[in-house]
Design a protein around this ligand. Sequence first.
Ligand SMILES: [Zn+2]
Length: 481
Amino acid sequence: MRYETVIGLEVHAQLSTDSKIFCGCSTTFGAEPNTQTCPICLGMPGVLPVLNKKAVEYAIRMALAVHCEVNERSIFARKNYFYPDLPKGYQISQYEEPLAQKGWVEVNLEDGTRKYIRINRIHLEEDAGKSVHAEEYVSENESLIDFNRCGVPLIEIVSEPDIRSPEEARLYLTKVRQLVRWLSICDGNMEEGSLRCDANISLRPEGAEKLGVRTELKNMNSFRSVERALAFEVKRQTSILEKSGKVLQETLLWDKANNIALPMRGKEEAHDYRYFPEPDLVPLIVKKEWKDKIQKSLPEMPDERKLRWAKKIGIPEYDASVLTEEKSVADYFEAVVDHVKDAKQASNWVMGEALRILKEEKLDINELKIRPSQLADIIKLVEEGKISRRAGKAVFNKVAHTGATPEKVVEELGLVQLSDSSKLDEIITSVIEKHPVEVQKFLKGRKGLLGFFMGEVMKATNGKANPKVVNEILRKRLKDD
Ligand SMILES: [Zn+2]
């Protein structure tokens, strides 16, 4: 029997507000443990939470970007459970009446088709603290607690079970990360935990309506882990079903080091949540005017931008996808295009040279010293044949690190290309005279020798000869001789 995989993802995104969701404590990552806390986020008796408006605005930005209906009224609830990193004994979240519902995310699958993954809901909640089990600090049976993360604002984005393979799950998650970064509401850093993902997964016989028993996968902190953990679970559930066994509904933790998902140990870790309305917070009311204002403030989203590029500047879809992964890169590319004739050239240079340096040196494009107009100047120098493409790359490197003007760098490095045909003609004459045997062979049909002559001319000019001009002269001369 063939089985169909059914996956739903719950993504938690930490909102990049300066302060926490219900108090004024800082949210900066990496501070000394327990230095960013106050009685409110530690849940002392008698304190009152006050909702951070910016966090709500960020959540609405995401909700609107993924086409959700934003509810005019939503309610905060207490999600009660016991865990050492949760000093209050409950987490403030939204349960029955979330901030937003019923949206969708468009995902481009690798076979080129588009797929819409429905969003069930987006709600606001606060983060819990962090247990530190690092062995350099503590002995085997000890843990330390850092409460800095308590009360950091989160949105939880819950998808419908529309995902059909581990690969689709990775693509969906990639898209969600792209969107939160594009909207500047979350840095999307999975290693630091600003973006986290849990998955529900079940199998059912192909063609069946009814969902199979699902398991929940946790502890996947990279795109690769998500894909691998889900692939592992598809295989495990398949082998159980093939032996007519029963999949147990349980929570599994992904063990990255051993490539295996194991059930959570002990009942105390399987939370038995109890929700009730948060008595210290009034209902959250989002008026239409505010929602409309946020809608108007949204940037042009990556898919819209790709569409506009396809219509107006005509670069290949692959290029457009790469260039819209980050908004800063997309903006940079557009600024280059403003200055050059050939958008494809601009795309080649941004994708090839700029993205390479960003990756190698772990930089943001705004940290590159080469401004879009300077890159455009380099492209023009190459297009006009003043410097070779290779020299252009050297100039790019230098300008990217120093910010000097391209013309000056070309001069400094002595990269001006030799395009003067009378000068080149002289050099070519001497090359031809030096190699009579090769000339004879060429004339008898060994056309591949053209490359040999090109190489000799390049040697004679220290690589500065304009290959296009050399090629033209060589072809002409080798016919005449
Ligand atoms: Zn606080």
